[in-house]
Design a protein around this ligand. Structure first.
Ligand SMILES: Nc1ncnc2c1ncn2[C@@H]1O[C@H](COP(=O)(O)OP(=O)(O)OP(=O)(O)O)[C@@H](O)[C@H]1O
Ligand SMILES: [Mg+2]
Length: 321
């Protein structure tokens, strides 16, 4: 009997994704981009969603904002079911959930000024008052570290980091409660990644934002996320509080992701061994088979495995305490 299924973890949840599956037809075969993914995000929380390219992170985000009709499963926002909303429903949802995209260059229309890019969502919402629009646009530019003078310029006149600030301004100006940040720094120079992360962290605190932060690299989400979900080939394989996940990674795929993070200490860095996850090999107890599900190994720490593996992992953890 599975114990404590993830959907019980719904108290104060702002967003609940329940058994989401999103398949795409590819010729005669089916691409199971997202399979039976469940998680919830509490108000004010930063939830990191991590996994390698193609594991279904963006698809999950796009399903949440209503760009896809899920193959199965449900998505709840507050008390309202939001999967399968029509165009009007999605428009209403846009004032609550906003997305920040990976590549700020291709997500900003090159023919629009920064002012028009930021004001667009407000105009779609029906705002017409010029003074209101000016105040909002200039106010938000200031908040993201740009200036009023930037408003009349075009995206190509900015650096990558500045462009991402424009992308953030466009999302935040709508005063959303939830922001889905889809790899917002992975296209940026390492030197500006930290600045953009700091800006997001600052905005989160000032505006009380809830954030779903997507990344393929655990090091990016480490300090920023309260909880982290690890995805592998369309499935959630581990979910835990950030600190717990780094201290006690249980799924072999999470361990392999952790082993890929370079260490700041040159002595340890020399010893660091990259682990590669090969499901079913090297004595791996099956963590992905049909009889596995996301089970709670200890309070708030979930791993995809069988009941038998759950028991042995639980024993392992208790011994390590
Ligand atoms: N609109 C679509 N139509 C068909 N297949 C799609 C579509 N969107 C995504 N896919 C497929 O679904 C799978 C998951 O893609 P997704 O973009 O969600 O991955 P990701 O985790 O965001 O990867 P990355 O880190 O590269 O952004 C991939 O195999 C992709 O080719
Ligand atoms: Mg993606």
């Amino acid at each position: 009997m599975p114990v404590h299924k993830i959907e019980n973890d719904t108290e104060e949840a702002l967003l609940r994704v329940e058994h989401l599956s999103q398949y795409f037809k590819k010729g005669r075969s089916l691409n199971k981009a997202v399979s039976d993914v469940s998680f919830s995000i509490k108000k004010g929380e930063v939830f990191g969603l991590v996994g390698e390219s193609g594991c279904g992170k963006t698809t999950t985000g796009r399903a949440i904002i209503g760009l896809y009709q899920p193959t199965s499963g449900e998505i709840w926002y507050g008390g309202e079911r939001i999967d399968g909303l029509g165009k009007r429903g999605r428009k209403k949802l846009a004032s609550k959930i906003q997305m920040i995209y990976q590549d700020p260059m291709s997500s900003l229309d090159p023919r629009m000024t920064v002012y028009d890019i930021i004001a667009e969502g407000l105009l779609i919402r029906g705002e017409r008052d010029r003074k209101y629009l000016d105040d909002k646009v200039y106010g938000i530019l200031d908040l993201v570290g740009l200036t009023k003078e930037h408003a009349a310029r075009y995206p190509h006149e900015f650096s990558g980091g500045q462009r991402q600030r424009i992308g953030i301004a466009r999302a935040v100006v709508m005063e959303p409660e939830l922001i889905i940040a889809d790899e917002p720094v992975s296209a940026l120079d390492v030197s500006v990644q930290a600045q953009v992360i700091n800006l997001l962290n600052d905005l989160r605190q000032r505006l009380g934002l809830t954030i779903l932060f997507v990344a393929h690299d655990l090091s990016v989400v480490k300090y920023f996320s309260d909880r982290i979900g690890v995805m592998y080939f369309g499935r959630l394989v581990e979910l835990a509080a950030s600190e717990e996940l780094f201290k006690h990674p249980l799924h072999p795929y999470t361990r392999s992701l952790l082993s890929a993070i370079p260490l700041p200490d040159p002595v340890f860095e020399k010893k660091r061994q990259r682990q590669v996850y090969r499901p079913g090999e090297d004595g791996d107890p099956d963590h992905l088979g049909e009889d596995t599900e996301l089970l709670e190994v200890r309070s708030g720490h979930f791993v995809r495995c069988t009941e038998k593996v759950r028991e042995s992992l639980n024993g392992e953890l208790n011994e390590s305490l």
